[in-house]
Design a protein around this ligand. Structure first.
Ligand code: ATP
Ligand code: MG
Length: 411
């Protein structure tokens, strides 16, 4: 893409009411727009990052047999009443509204209920199981505090996968596969070093659930990290029993602030019992389907990357999620020759399928460099009269700051 065609502008200052570093940087760089607290629009650069993250998650979910679908945001209250999750006394984060006939509906906060209900049309016998389905879908939650930028939205994208199994034993096998898929996701998006499988409260069907917590001061959770085992315990469940279960000493744990980027949960038969999702086994006996749920917030992942992998100059995207692979910067002034060579290089790279953002603007070197630092594409090619004298471009690594001259013919 040519930067003269990119409609978004960078800016020096973030809006005064924005306190989260991730949103400040992303707004300044033109990746997102703040509509109101906890509600953000994704602009072309931001959407490209989001789509990269979504693409990685999709690959990992497909690899464990997940089938993608798309459920509805508008929710009939009846399925939620069946599990006692409709009442505002039970869940105070609903956005609710009414149809013209006065019946109440809600904007989906999660999708266990409607999906369990839907599966009644498709699951009959033990032969129909196991099933795993997932979606990328907008959730609505009336969060009390929305001060963490895109890490805590009132409207946000969630990848939610749900598993349907015969029993607890077959559930466990899938659960372990999903856990590994999550480890792969966080490694691939560049958060692997700082993300810990964290033991958290489990509900009625298992002792623990597993959160994927990324260490950052911008996080709202407190975890206790065991570096040697690369695991952590959420403060909410830390006690002698957990330490014994995990065979760790309290003294080996370090307290850290962290953000929950993902969460996997054994739902047991809670939802299938409440909504009547059953199958008949080999003997014809009716049994409740055994379920699990597995969530990741791609926007929260993007916000976490912006928090952790940035410096005083701006964002620094890992290659796998960068909006473009290369930022091509042409320093031409009035020099037609440099502009022509840059145009030619841009065309060649694009033809090879390389994702290039080409700064073809009539702007000063200083403006181009500071915008480039802010936008954070990991590799920069600088082309100028000086580099062309050597038939070269200057290749600069945004992370290390290393610069080398590389012949255009060998790029
Ligand atoms: P939290 O405890 O942070 O409020 P949660 O436990 O309510 O999160 P889940 O219902 O488990 O979240 O949602 C699954 C995933 O969706 C989370 O792991 C997180 O990555 C993401 N997520 C949850 N709430 C938000 C939000 N308000 N904005 C952005 N992402 C979110
Ligand atoms: Mg959670």
């Amino acid at each position: 893409m040519k930067q003269t065609q990119l409609f978004t502008k960078t800016r020096r200052e973030a809006p005064k009411d924005e306190v989260a570093k991730n949103a400040q940087l992303l707004i300044r760089a033109g990746f997102i727009h703040k509509e109101m607290a906890g509600v953000y629009a994704y602009l072309p650069l931001g959407l490209r990052v989001m789509n990269k993250i979504v693409g990685i998650i999709r690959e990992e979910m497909n690899a464990i047999g997940g089938q993608e679908l798309h459920l509805t945001a508008l929710q009939d209250k009846r399925v939620w009443e069946a599990t006692n999750r409709w009442s505002d006394d039970v869940l105070d984060i609903w956005f609710k509204t009414k149809l013209k006939n006065n019946s109440e509906i809600g904007l989906g906060i999660t999708h266990e209920e409607p999906l369990t209900n839907l599966m009644k049309d498709h699951i009959r016998s033990f032969r129909d199981l196991p099933i795993a389905v997932y979606q990328f879908q907008t959730k609505f939650r009336n969060e009390a505090r929305a001060k963490s930028g895109i890490m805590r939205g009132r409207e946000f994208l969630m990848k939610d996968l749900y598993s349907f199994n015969l029993d607890s034993a077959s559930h466990e096998i899938f659960y372990e596969k999903a856990k590994q898929a999550y480890v792969n996701v966080f490694n691939r998006v560049g958060l692997g070093d700082k993300t810990y499988v964290t033991f958290a409260s489990g509900g009625s069907f298992s002792k623990y659930s597993h959160e994927f917590q990324t260490v950052t001061d911008a996080g709202e959770d407190t975890i206790f990290v065991h570096e040697g085992k690369k695991i952590a315990v959420n403060k909410e469940v830390l006690n002698d029993e957990v330490l014994k279960d995990l065979n760790i000493e309290k003294g080996a744990l370090i307290e850290k602030k962290a953000v929950e980027v993902g969460n996997i949960f054994n739902l047991g038969t809670k939802f299938s019992d409440a909504l009547g999702l059953v199958y008949s086994d080999e003997k014809g006996t009716s049994k409740s389907v055994y379920m699990g749920s597995y969530g990741i917030g791609p926007g929260r992942v993007m916000g976490t990357i912006a928090e952790i992998l940035s410096d005083e100059k701006g964002l620094i995207w890992p290659k796998a999620v960068a909006p473009f692979s290369i930022h091509l910067i042409a320093l031409f002034g009035k020099d037609e020759k440099v502009k022509n060579s840059a145009d030619e290089l841009y065309a060649k790279l694009s033809a090879k399928g390389v994702e290039v953002l080409y700064d073809d603007r009539d702007a000063t070197a200083g403006e181009k460099f500071s915008d480039s630092d802010l936008i954070g594409i990991p590799v920069r090619y600088i082309i100028s009269e000086k580099t062309l004298a050597n038939d070269s471009v200057e290749v600069k690594d945004r992370v290390t700051g290393n610069v080398e001259m590389v012949k255009i013919s060998s790029l």
